[in-house]
Design a protein around this ligand. Structure first.
Ligand SMILES: C[S@@+](CC[C@H](N)C(=O)[O-])C[C@H]1O[C@@H](n2cnc3c(N)ncnc32)[C@H](O)[C@@H]1O
Length: 224
């Protein structure tokens, strides 16, 4: 059976980068940044944001679309085995790279669908950094349901999105990233208002909407 568009496109993009660039650079470019230093800088900002919303030692986090492990490496360095981490992705090469830079107790799982391979009520945080930005609405809805299932009551879903109101600015981004770098994956935009609708439909409370935070905008939803 044909693979979903996101599996097909992301695997092809990563294969292209690996065929033309040194592995470290390819692993950074495959998830956006030009090099590993920049990936590290962004991951530090992601972790600071999570700590602001209560992440820390003793917490369990599921990082959907963990990519080359920028966040996993930061959590490893700061919290090591005191945190529980599961990273999922659709590209085996990214998962292997992420695993190699992370704490040995952290788990990494390959998925080929919008599912979270974890039991119900097992996580304090679910993150999707720059993942909904590549998914169509029906697939986002599936991940929202999955996130609600795996979160404990009070658990938080943190995701980044590209605000449609900033579309003009991001048109340039889309051209630069998608076309010039031959990274042909879908890019999708949304709005704070639409996210409020998603939250209502999937029974989340909106904890925070942070426009333009960490480059993309950030939404923090809480499972009641
Ligand atoms: C722009 S990268 C961001 C990676 C990482 N979250 C970060 O911030 O560095 C998007 C990642 O999502 C993964 N991805 C895309 N669709 C996915 C899906 N349906 N399920 C899981 N991962 C997916 C891609 O393979 C890629 O690694």
């Amino acid at each position: 059976m044909a693979k979903p568009y996101y599996v097909r496109d992301h695997r092809r993009a990563v294969a292209n980068f690996l065929a033309t660039l040194p592995r470290d650079v390819a692993m950074a470019r495959s998830v956006g940044p030009p090099n590993l230093l920049e990936l590290e800088r962004i991951a530090k900002v992601q972790l600071a944001l999570l700590e602001e919303f209560g992440f820390g030692a003793g917490k369990a986090l599921i990082d959907v679309g963990c990519g080359s492990g920028g966040l996993a490496a930061q959590i490893s360095e700061r919290f090591g085995e005191t945190a529980t981490y599961l990273g999922t992705d659709i590209v085996p090469e990214l998962l292997a790279f992420a695993k190699a830079r992370s704490c040995q107790t952290y788990r990494f799982e390959l998925v080929e669908d919008c599912v979270i391979p974890a039991p119900a009520a097992s996580a304090d945080f679910v993150t999707l950094f720059s993942v909904f930005t590549h998914l169509r609405r029906a697939d986002i809805a599936r991940y929202l349901r999955e996130a609600r299932r795996v979160l404990r009551p009070g658990g938080k879903l943190v995701f980044s999105y590209i605000e449609r109101a900033r579309h003009a600015k991001f048109l340039l981004y889309t051209i630069a990233v998608t076309m010039l770098r031959r990274r042909k994956v879908e890019n999708h935009f949304t709005s704070a208002r639409e996210i409020e609708r998603w939250a209502r439909a999937s029974e989340f409370a909106v904890e925070a909407i942070l426009p333009g935070r960490i480059g993309h905008s950030i939404a923090v939803l809480r499972k009641p």
